[in-house]
Design a protein around this ligand. Structure first.
Ligand SMILES: NC(=O)c1ccc[n+]([C@@H]2O[C@H](COP(=O)([O-])OP(=O)(O)OC[C@H]3O[C@@H](n4cnc5c(N)ncnc54)[C@H](OP(=O)(O)O)[C@@H]3O)[C@@H](O)[C@H]2O)c1
Length: 263
């Protein structure tokens, strides 16, 4: 599974949030193969051990750091540690996120808040630090992992959809304000990706009293390609957005959904 062109990210220093598993780990591995130096984060440094092993030996620097992304002080310390360790940060991938599924009328305010704190405030805090740093050095790339839920309606996940619509808005506004520097700010909007987040879908299916396999089959049946995406397929786009190949692109929301909603 090493189809990347080597060197597409060589000399680039990247901060990746949510790098312990799923899409974030796949991005860390693809960035390592591309030659980037890495500053990897998750809720705890210990959670990054497997990713650290997976990217070891690629030749670049790898630093792991635990931080609660919804806590502004922790994000402040995290970004300062990244600049300190890598010298500067050229690419920031905002990938950390959470999912809580619930019919609209049944969400508690605490559940709504918990999703917003990670998916919106977390991204906002990291983007602010990234923009200030990149404005000072006169260049940079920000890659936000939003979702098809950031573009469309979906049943029983209004909090998640609201949070991902906000990520799309943050992406577009930051892109517009910083295009002249240039700082490229783009988002990837994946559909259904096979990761641990699926366990949250399972909890949701349980609450609805639906068998998880039926719930999953119903989700897959809406995908024209008839399958879930793999994290590596999202990582390939993140490599492109972090590389000079995408220098002319900003403010875009790239859908990868196995063909759902082609318009
Ligand atoms: N899977 C999908 O179908 C899908 C589809 C579209 C978009 N996405 C988006 O893609 C991103 C990654 O999803 P995934 O499926 O790979 O999820 P995942 O397997 O559940 O991994 C989530 C990652 O986010 C980190 N994280 C969660 N809460 C955090 C917090 N409060 N502070 C710091 N880090 C935190 C986790 O760290 P720990 O290991 O330390 O908990 C983990 O590294 C998310 O933004 C998600 O919304 C996923």
């Amino acid at each position: 599974m090493s189809k990347d062109q080597p060197g597409r990210l060589s000399g680039r220093r990247a901060l990746i949030t949510g790098a312990s598993r799923g899409i974030g780990r796949a991005i860390a591995e693809a960035y390592a193969r591309g030659g980037a130096d890495l500053f990897l984060t998750a809720t705890s440094e210990a959670n990054l051990a497997d990713t650290q092993k997976a990217v070891a030996g690629h030749g670049g620097q790898v630093v792991c750091h635990g931080a609660e992304i919804s806590d502004e002080a922790e994000v402040d310390a995290m970004f300062a540690a990244a600049v300190d360790a890598l010298g500067q940060v050229d690419i920031v991938v905002n990938n950390a996120g959470v999912y809580v599924g619930r019919p609209f009328a049944e969400y508690t305010a605490n559940e709504f808040d918990s999703v917003m704190k990670v998916n919106v405030y977390g991204v906002f805090h990291v983007m602010q630090r990234a923009l200030r740093h990149m404005q000072e050095k006169g260049a940079g790339k920000i890659v936000n992992i939003a979702s098809t839920a950031g573009k469309w309606e979906s049943p029983n996940q209004a909090a998640y959809n609201a949070s991902k619509h906000a990520v799309v808005a943050l992406t577009r506004c930051a892109a517009l304000e910083n295009a002249g520097i240039p700082i490229n700010v783009n988002a990837i909007c994946p559909g259904f990706v096979e990761t641990d987040m699926i366990n949250e879908f399972k909890a949701h299916a349980d609450r609805l009293g639906v068998e998880f396999e039926d719930f999953k089959a119903a989700a897959i049946s809406r995908v024209p390609m008839g399958r879930a995406l793999q994290p590596e397929e999202i990582a390939n786009i993140a490599v492109y957005l972090g590389s000079s190949e995408s220098d002319g692109m900003t403010g875009q929301t790239i859908t990868i959904s196995g063909g759902m909603r082609m318009g």
